[in-house]
Design a protein around this ligand. Structure first.
Ligand code: PA5
Length: 419
């Protein structure tokens, strides 16, 4: 389903490439057996009862709320935002708002102000149940719910997605009777979008989560035995790094993919950036960024390679209209679809960047729909894990994220921490 293309022969011989891909694909079993490799078989091995409960909860939220506030950070928020925005936003009249992904008072105030007097529910998502940013935001929205509905009804509007057995959020949810969903033990935050972490908000937005899982399942079938195109991409990323290209820029021409880019950056950045290693993941959305980052891409320091995410399907919904006089000189484009012009811009950008010394890879999805996005998520997760193992790092931990937390607790004088 995902089509990966790269003209790699200037970088590595076909024989050497095959050997490297063979080495990479040896890690698939290792991933499936890893304590945090649960995402690899998730599309065929998820909790169907919980899946049904997610749909039921989404229906309830759609019937009693105008807003769903999703409280979470990192892997507990980026995935569902990426999917909802890539697929064109909410379709059901319930707007999904995001909180707890920063400590900005202004940011939180904006969400509170937007809700105003409207009915709302909260999905608080934290695997550890102790992350400060979402925990603080949860307190704020919990109080708002209690003030508005009273304790008992407020509890019915809180959906907690967290560890099955432990953590502050888990304990509170049990004590107060919130409906709970599980972040599986064997799936880390950045690989969790296709669990309850992402699926509740996505379902509330009116997106078909069955089709999303079908897309992931189809892609899993294509990759699970030998890594397929994901192994090719994983190996070539590492070849780029070895040749001195240590920045990967994910590029696409769809503004709605901005949060998909953010999700991808977290996936690769947090999985690979450790032990003083790793490709730095960056992203652009063209044409917008051709007029900001385009200059650098074309002529800046030659340490970049670029991975384009492209859509195969055509969208003929907007055509260049005819106009008398041709004063703007666009007569030659009359009747042509905007999407077609965009695809030409995509090709022109690739050609120009290749000519400018930027190695280019392409990832093509069939369409912007649930199946394709489900497949793309699975493709990147598999590619990321294979790439990290090829690089020689553990894709599933994030020891570096703790450093700022510890220092913050010291500065805030949290009990147990010394300033
Ligand atoms: O990918 C990860 O593991 C992280 O980004 C976490 O998702 C993030 O730190 C939030 O953690 P938690 O869900 O425990 O609040």
């Amino acid at each position: 389903m995902i089509d990966f293309r790269c003209d790699y022969k200037k970088l590595i011989s076909a024989d050497e490439f095959e050997v490297r891909v063979d080495e990479a694909r040896n890690n698939i079993l290792r991933i499936q057996q890893d304590d945090f490799g649960g995402w690899a078989d998730l599309p065929i091995n998820y909790d169907k009862d919980e899946f049904a409960r997610i749909k039921k909860a989404a229906k309830r939220i759609n019937s009693d709320s105008k807003y769903l506030v999703c409280i979470g950070i990192g892997g507990s928020y980026l995935g569902h935002r990426a999917v909802i925005e890539a697929l064109g936003g909410e379709r059901n009249g319930v707007k999904v708002l995001y909180a707890g992904n920063s400590l900005s008072a202004r940011g939180l105030r904006t969400v509170i102000d937007e809700i105003g007097d409207a009915d709302f529910s909260v999905n608080v998502i934290s695997k550890s149940g102790t992350t400060t940013e979402p925990a603080v935001a949860f307190r704020v929205f919990k109080k708002m719910l209690i003030d508005k509905y009273g304790e008992e009804l407020a509890a019915k509007r809180i959906y907690a997605t967290t560890d099955a057995n432990k953590g502050a959020l888990h304990d509170e949810a049990i004590a107060r009777g919130y409906e709970t969903f599980v972040v599986p033990d064997n799936i880390g935050g950045r690989y969790s979008v296709l669990t309850a972490v992402g699926l509740l908000a996505i379902a509330v937005a009116g997106i078909d989560i069955d089709k999303l899982m079908d897309g992931a399942e189809e892609e899993r079938a294509a990759l699970i035995s030998d890594g397929g195109e994901a192994a090719n991409y994983a190996v070539l990323r590492n070849v780029m790094l070895e040749k001195g290209y240590d920045i990967e820029v994910l590029a696409n021409f769809e503004p709605s993919f901005m949060y998909f880019n953010e999700w991808w950056k977290q996936l690769f950045g947090e999985s690979e950036g450790k032990d003083n290693k790793g490709i730095f993941p960056a992203s652009v959305v063209y044409s917008t960024d051709l007029h900001s980052m385009g200059q650098y891409m074309q002529e800046g320091r030659r340490a970049l390679f670029e991975t384009f995410v492209e859509v195969k399907a055509d969208d003929n919904s907007v055509l260049v209209p005819a106009e008398d006089g041709d004063l703007d000189g666009l007569g030659y484009l009359e009747g042509r679809s905007l999407d077609n012009i965009c695809k030409v811009a995509n090709q022109a950008t690739r050609d120009a960047h290749v000519a400018g010394g930027v190695p280019v890879m392409r990832i093509l999805i069939p369409a912007v729909d649930e199946r394709s996005i489900g497949a793309l998520i699975y493709f990147f997760e598999m590619a990321c894990a294979l790439s990290a193992f090829t690089l020689g790092v553990n894709p599933f931990n994030q020891p570096g994220v703790e450093a700022y937390k510890t220092r913050m607790f010291e500065l805030l004088e949290k009990p147990g921490y010394k300033k």
